[in-house]
Design a protein around this ligand. Structure first.
Ligand code: ADP
Ligand code: MG
Length: 639
């Protein structure tokens, strides 16, 4: 019985993009299919370790490529884990990755605007995988059987909206995919993928490092005769693997080219683009290991989703053991991709045991240090690369300030911040400290939702006027880390972080305190007692009449709002209202209050001052209509 099933909407859109693909390098479809086959072989071996009763022969795991020039097909077969019917529907018929919808809508925009470059770039970020076969095929067929189960499944599709599924009684275990090739077309970069020499070249270029043997038309192949093939060319039939199978991290550094690293990166990351930076290091002595790690050139699609995966794979003596090895990398470095190959672990080590393993903990420590050093180093060596990294992954890195106390200073060192010093450029904390004028003891910052909001914050005025630089922190994670990290630097030279919107600061130049405000302040403190903890004079304002100031260590208002919106009950935190004694409104209020303390209009003005301070920092009024009513009345009184 054959069922016809519709692709999920997102999958359909992606397939359309593939069929009409403007992605120039069509050869990569083979890399993707071999990468999947290799993953399937890894998974089977792992499963057979875990499940001794699986009952599959794992002694001859390999990938087989068969070309058929007459039928114009290329078949990629693996005897790996295979898929059940449900697997096929869920893994091939749908795309379930976080961030898909967003990337797709960007892709549609790019296509609609006719920008080939943007489209290709986005496809590259997306990493199309299996669907890339539709760049070169009119039709794709797949037969697969999940290891340890009986019935197989046949799948086929022309990529146009639907696919067909049927049961196959005697399918071999593993997966076999046949692509029915479109006509060769030099202009479209479609090569003859039914030509063994073309296939051999592509495997050499993209998949040489795959650790499983890749066989090309091994004996028994139905068609190995290629029209026009030269007599003395390499034989197209051989039972020798066509890939060298050498682990890159085990080869001398000087022998591995950037291109090979890039292809390996693509295999482990499922990214189609090149890595931003490659890192290699080894540990010797009691715990021997090798690491080959990459920084991505763009944020992985799921980076800021809850289910984001960590990208480092664990190998033991060249043998793949597990992907997304969370014991090896902290969550905040989840964008790091690559491989750690450890010598002295058991092949069937579990995730739970890994968390406790001393060797793994040491490797993890070293890995974190190395990655942070690399990022910091990148800024000096290649500012543009660093800028790319920071734009894409900086927010994730800063999460480490909340979770990794041991490396707080190294993370701060690797980070960059917007600041009032140069609105165009980010600054390091070291540079900030170097610019601190005499008398400035703290690193001042302001947090808020956007650049405009914080740059126009009333709190910032006097800092600007006094030439004190202020860091402009607008990522959500900033609100949290500034509350947890007390200072930058260690020992005597450590500089504390201080919010410009919290605590008492003294920025006054003249020692003289403005006089005569005591009555007004006392009266306002009582009148506004429901809303503020205190009313006091400010030295941080130059042009605004008033601002609201929190306690040091108190919850910033944005964070308070965020936590409330997540349903947390938080006691109301009253802040202090600071008045600018030089502002005419404040000065006149003082005089009016001294002359006529009981005037109702003065009480309204006091309340308006508070509401204005709240509005100025982007806050929300409790009762906007009351505010408008009072304002209208006060304005009318002036006319
Ligand atoms: P990705 O490899 O990035 O997950 P793909 O589109 O390449 O995305 O593949 C989708 C999924 O289909 C894979 O994650 C895997 O679960 C499954 N799959 C693809 N090819 C095979 C195969 N040869 N054997 C078993 N499963 C496969
Ligand atoms: Mg894949």
């Amino acid at each position: 019985m054959t069922e016809t099933i519709e692709f999920q909407a997102e999958a359909r859109q992606l397939l359309q993009l593939m069929i009409h693909s403007i992605y120039s390098d069509k050869d990569v479809f083979l890399r993707e299919l071999i990468s999947n086959a290799s993953d399937a072989l890894d998974k089977l071996r792992m499963e057979s370790y875990r499940d001794k009763d699986l009952g599959v022969d794992t002694s001859d795991l390999h990938v087989e490529l068969r070309t058929d020039a007459a039928a114009r097909t290329l078949t990629i077969t693996d005897n790996g884990i295979g898929m059940s019917r449900d697997d096929v529907v869920n893994l091939i018929g749908t795309i379930a990755r976080s961030g898909t919808a967003e990337t797709l809508s960007k892709l549609r925009e790019a296509q609609a605007s006719g920008s080939e470059e943007a489209t290709a770039e986005l496809i590259g970020q997306f990493g199309i995988g299996f669907y890339s076969s539709f760049m070169v095929a009119d039709r794709v067929e797949m037969t697969t059987r999940r290891a340890g189960t009986d019935g197989g499944v046949h799948w086929e599709s022309a990529g146009e909206g639907t696919y067909e599924l049927s049961e196959v009684a005697d399918a071999p275990q593993g997966t076999s995919i046949t692509v029915y090739l479109k006509a060769e077309d030099a202009e479209d970069n479609l090569h003859d993928y039914a030509d063994p020499s073309v296939v051999r070249r592509i495997v050499k270029r993209y998949s040489d490092f795959i650790t499983w043997p890749i066989l090309l038309n091994p004996s028994g192949a139905t068609d190995t005769v290629v029209e026009g093939a030269e007599e003395d060319s390499e034989p197209d039939t051989s039972n020798e693997p066509i890939n060298s199978r050498k682990a890159l991290w085990a080869r001398p550094r000087s022998e591995v080219s950037d291109e090979e690293y890039a292809e390996f990166y693509r295999h482990v990351s499922h990214d189609w683009q090149e890595p931003l930076e490659t890192m290699r290091f080894t540990g010797e002595g009691t715990f021997e290991y090798q690491a080959l790690l990459f920084l991505p050139a763009h944020a992985p699609m799921d980076l800021y989703y809850r289910d984001a995966k960590r990208g480092v794979q664990l190998y033991v003596k060249r043998v793949f053991v597990m992907e997304d090895c969370e014991a090896l990398v902290p969550e905040y470095l989840r964008f790091v991709k690559g491989v750690v190959d450890a010598q002295d672990l058991s092949l069937n080590v579990s995730r739970e045991i890994l968390q406790q393993d001393r060797q793994i903990q040491l490797i993890r420590k070293r890995l974190v240090k190395r990655v942070l050093q690399t990022i910091t180093g990148l800024r000096g060596e290649d500012a543009e690369k660093y800028g790319t990294f920071w734009r894409e992954c900086g927010r994730a890195l800063k999460e480490g300030l909340l979770s990794d106390q041991d490396n707080t200073q190294a993370i701060l060192e690797a980070s960059s911040f917007a600041s009032t010093h140069d609105p165009e450029k980010l600054t390091t904390l070291a540079d900030y400290v170097a610019r601190m004028p005499e008398g400035q003891e703290s690193i001042y910052y302001v947090t808020g939702e956007s650049r405009t909001a914080v740059e126009n914050s009333p709190h910032i005025e006097a800092f600007r006027a006094k030439g004190y630089e202020v860091l402009l922190l607008t990522d959500q994670v900033d609100e949290v880390w500034v509350g947890m990290v007390p200072s930058y630097g260690t020992g005597d030279t450590a500089k504390p972080f201080a919010s410009i919107a919290q605590g008492d600061v003294d920025l006054s130049d003249d020692a003289e305190k403005p006089e005569g405000f005591d009555d007004l302040l006392a009266w306002m403190t009582t009148t506004l007692a429901d809303d503020v903890s205190e009313v006091r004079l400010s030295t941080r304002l130059t042009t605004s009449p008033a601002c609201l100031v929190g306690e040091v260590g108190g919850l910033p208002p944005q964070l308070e709002q965020m936590m409330r919106s997540m349903g947390q009950e938080i006691p109301v935190q009253k802040r202090a209202l600071e008045l600018n004694p030089k502002h005419p409104l404040v000065e006149n209020l003082r005089a009016a209050h001294a002359a006529k303390p009981d005037d109702a209009g003065i009480a309204d003005t006091a309340s308006l001052l508070h509401d204005m301070a709240l509005l100025a920092e982007g806050g929300e009024l409790k009762e906007p209509s009351a505010f408008v009513g009072k304002l209208a009345q006060r304005l009318a009184a002036t006319l």
